[in-house]
Design a protein around this ligand. Structure first.
Ligand code: G1P
Length: 298
């Protein structure tokens, strides 16, 4: 029997320099796809997977995130007075139950592994999930929920995985597979963070969803810097393998958008807008108008 995963860590300490000047005063995770901040997509996915405790690893300048998950009494009263029930329901999705969310600061940017380690005392001796809000995944069954279902079968640690073009492998953590099996679940025999060009063990990349055993936190204790001079989560998970414990890669069903890049963010915006009943028709018509013009201008 695996222990239920109820806690999730959201590393949100990054400076978001790729989105300057917007991120000078707005945390990247508050930037919106259509009308919902990136972090809301991550929270909704976590809730669908049964997560009840939300741990945000933040940094200076991220207080807008705490406000986002707080009550907004004036706004709520104004909407009540106007009878705007639908908008009150939308607001309710941003509320956190008291005592179920925590904000921990990462005082200096030492890498993803270090950010996760900052939450160690809140995780204790339980398995936990990690969600990187930059990786937005559109799926019929939310990605983390798919993973929890698979995890309940195999236990251990698990990372979401996706095939990437070989020339992009050096931007990801890459899996070395022991065996590939049906249902998207593969046993991993090694993983390497951002391998140099031509040295990747495969083209199966780690995507920002993880279910990890508390042992991974132990490996992060005093961990040495890895790729890019940062303390890497990938390295701590790889140690689980060398210590003989099971690590799986899970090829989820769904489409992943890299919202850490401008192109990925725009693709997600277009895709999510086209999926919305209230915008679809008008937006599709607009795209149909401008795409031929863009072709003609080439
Ligand atoms: C992080 C992880 C990497 C993973 C990637 C997925 O890298 O370190 O293993 O493949 O997220 O988005 P980052 O993109 O933060 O450099």
């Amino acid at each position: 029997m695996t222990r239920k995963v109820t806690k999730a860590i959201f590393p949100v300490a990054g400076m978001g320099t790729r989105f300057l000047p917007a991120t000078k005063s707005v945390p990247k995770e508050i930037m919106t796809l259509v009308d919902r901040p990136l972090i809301q997509y991550a929270i909704d996915e976590a809730r669908a997977a049964g997560i009840t405790d939300f741990i945000f690893v933040t940094s200076r300048g991220k207080s807008a995130l705490e406000d986002y998950f707080d009550r907004a009494p004036e706004l709520e009263h104004a909407l009540e007075d106007k009878g705007k029930k639908d908008l009150l329901e939308v607001l309710a999705t941003t509320n956190m139950e008291s005592g179920r969310s925590a904000y921990i600061r990462q005082h200096s940017p030492k890498g993803l592994g270090h950010a996760v380690w900052c939450a160690r005392r809140l995780i204790g001796d339980e398995p936990f999930a990690v969600i990187l809000p930059d990786d937005v995944i559109a799926a019929d069954t939310p990605c983390l929920q798919q993973m929890v279902e698979a995890y309940e079968e195999v236990g251990g640690s698990m990372v979401a995985a996706m095939r990437v073009p070989e020339d992009k492998a050096s931007s990801y953590g890459i899996l070395d597979l022991e065996s590939e099996s049906a249902g998207g679940l593969s046993k991993v025999r090694g993983m390497v963070e951002k391998p140099p060009a031509g040295e990747a063990p495969s083209n199966l990349a780690v995507i920002g969803r993880y279910i990890l055993t508390p042992d991974v936190m132990k490996h992060l204790n005093g961990a040495a810097a890895g790729a890019g001079g940062e303390i890497q989560l990938t390295d701590a998970i790889a140690r689980e393998i060398t210590e003989g414990r099971g690590v799986h890669g899970f090829q989820f069903k769904g489409q992943r958008f890299d919202c850490g890049s401008k192109a990925g963010f725009l693709q997600a915006t277009v895709s999510f807008a086209l999926a919305r009943d209230d915008l679809q028709e008008e937006f599709y018509r607009y795209l149909n108008e401008i795409v031929p013009l863009a072709h003609a201008a080439e």
